[in-house]
Design a protein around this ligand. Structure first.
Ligand SMILES: Cc1cc2nc3c(=O)[nH]c(=O)nc-3n(C[C@H](O)[C@H](O)[C@H](O)COP(=O)(O)O)c2cc1C
Length: 374
């Protein structure tokens, strides 16, 4: 039986992302794709970290400033990273297999992200070839998320292809030395459908079978700090290290050449029982001390979350699950709708809190811890 994902292209009317998540689960279940929905929505273990990534934003409250003579027309969310101009500080995190939710897979996500004035990070586990992604929207900036393999020939093949197809940066994923235990997937006996190959991995000439690549791809390893500098040298591109959760690791990454720190616990999909990224953020901001840009992900569901992450010192935020929900319901236009929804919510928060642009947000916005500090 062949895998049937949505192929609808439309703009979405969204109330908020948590509601969209509920609708996504229903819609996927209705077409027999409950296992796939669980793979996307779920997290590791008891999902403690998945939930705290979201709820810990409530530990911070915004202190508005309302006598500033502002008017709505002055709100501006534009920013940049590595010289790439963006309309929004909200970019797209790498995630595997976009073909699970929509027939256009990563091509739809790239177009939708570009149309929203943002940029996408393409996963090592993309359903589409990097060449197809690039050719579908050749003006769109994108980053490549690279997962280290034990096979150095495969690593070279992927990095060289990312350079050839015009990636603007390499995002090195650091996930720990094993896979997260996602109980929903274990219970569901989840496996990727053979109709949705990871085409870029499958193109590696030493492994001609598209399916076998899943077994030979040997990602169960940590990285050595020196490998950061090697990737930089090999690719000549800026390197962000994604998966940082402590000040000490941020310092180690920067000392070994990282051009950017990407704070992430993969949305609670790897190690359960760890602190949320919003809780880890202040420690990492202090350690980084403005030496390199900070991207923050895991738990962003609302514009006020974006506001809080930037006010605490992140330069950009990234979203993993939310754009997949948009892709499912509306293809590229659905992705644009989700990113626009979050940007509009952010703008609304900024204007109500009394800041007009991202620089001002980062320098002047005031947050207060909602419970007394020890
Ligand atoms: C379905 C799915 C697949 C993912 N695949 C990858 C991946 O291939 N590489 C990676 O670095 N992160 C991956 N992630 C983690 C995301 O990049 C990101 O860190 C996380 O989704 C952010 O949390 P959020 O979903 O709460 O926004 C994946 C996340 C999801 C939901």
């Amino acid at each position: 039986m062949s895998y049937h994902a949505n192929s609808i292209e439309k703009e979405l009317e969204i109330i908020n992302i948590p509601d969209l998540e509920k609708e996504f689960e229903k819609s996927m279940s209705a077409v027999n794709h409950k296992k796939e929905a669980d793979f996307i929505i779920g997290g590791a273990g008891s999902e403690y970290t998945l939930q705290h990534n979201i709820s810990d934003f409530d530990n911070w409250e915004i202190v508005p400033s309302v006598i500033r003579g502002l008017d709505e027309s002055r709100g501006n969310t534009a920013t940049e990273i590595f010289g790439i101009k963006l309309k929004t500080p909200i970019i797209v995190s790498p995630s595997a297999a976009h073909g699970l939710v929509h027939s256009t897979a990563e091509l739809g996500t790239l177009k939708g992200t570009f149309d929203a004035g943002s940029l996408m990070t393409v996963s090592t586990f993309s359903n589409e070839l990097l060449k197809s992604i690039h050719e579908a929207e050749s003006a769109a900036p994108w980053f490549y998320q690279f997962s280290f393999d034990q096979n150095q020939n495969l690593n070279n093949f992927l990095l060289n292809e990312a350079i050839r197809q015009g990636a603007k940066a390499i995002v090195v994923g650091v996930f720990g030395a094993s896979f997260g235990r996602r109980e929903r997937d274990i219970r569901n006996h989840f496996d990727f459908d053979s109709d949705l190959p990871f085409r870029q991995l499958a193109a590696f000439p030493e492994y001609p079978s598209g399916l076998d690549i899943l077994k030979v791809n040997n990602r169960k390893r940590d990285i050595n700090p020196e490998e950061i500098a090697k990737i930089k040298e090999q690719t000549g591109l800026p390197v962000l290290v994604k998966g940082i959760q402590s000040g000490a690791d941020a310092i180690r990454a920067i000392e070994n050449g990282a051009d950017g720190i990407w704070i992430s616990n993969t949305g609670g999909r790897q190690l359960d029982g760890i602190r949320s990224t919003i809780k880890a953020l202040p420690e990492i901001v202090e350690a980084v001390n403005k030496r390199v840009p900070i991207v923050f992900d895991s738990g962003i569901r609302r514009g006020q979350h974006v506001f809080k992450a930037l006010a605490l010192g992140a330069d950009l935020v990234a979203v993993g699950r939310a754009p997949l929900y948009g892709l499912h319901f509306g293809g590229a236009r659905g992705v644009t709708s989700v990113l626009e929804q979050l940007r509009t919510e952010l703008l609304n928060t900024m204007l109500l809190a009394g800041v007009t642009d991202i620089k001002e947000l980062k320098n002047n916005a005031r947050l207060e811890h909602s419970y007394p500090r020890a």
